[in-house]
Design a protein around this ligand. Sequence first.
Ligand SMILES: [Fe+2]
Ligand SMILES: [Fe+2]
Length: 207
Amino acid sequence: MAGWDVVATDDLLTGPEREDTVSKTMDVLRSEHRSIGFLLDLLERQTNLLEKTGEPDLQLIVEIIDYFRSFPDMHHHPKEDLVMRRLRERAEGLDAEFFRLDEEHDQLSGELHAFSRTAAELIAEPSPMSRSSFILEARAFIERERRHMSMEEQYFFPAAERWLTEEDWDELDEVVNQFVDPISAPHAVQRFQTLSAQLQKWKTEAA
Ligand SMILES: [Fe+2]
Ligand SMILES: [Fe+2]
């Protein structure tokens, strides 16, 4: 996804002027980006800890990766793909690199799979080799995810807000309502308990 910032984004970002978009979908997507960003910070801290002391919180690392495998992959990206499909219809005739967002999601998913295997090796057999592979891949993963979200926030979200109609948002909001973030839900599912507690603590401190 090298060219997001160069291909035909101008026309998309100066599309039809609409009243301020009121969309639950966009609120949800932005809020999920904040949660994902927080988890990437957590992962980064644990990676630094691994490098410095060799003793990160392995349980937390397992939960973070488990979360990435089950939430962004299964819930966040599909929602964005829905919005993107609608944007492609509305902005017919225009094109941009980020119209291939679903391909990037597939690619991220494959990379996450590879990274989770490296994490499993670190946990099963901690050694200088498995530690340095983990550190390398974790940092690459964090960087890719951050870049992906930042591109979406810079180009994709504003373009969707420009082009989609109120009816589009009503339809999308209804679908999006059915997805629940497993760590933000009032009763976080058992396997994300540590993560959920960390997220609540972070939200309280940030408020
Ligand atoms: Fe995405
Ligand atoms: Fe996203």
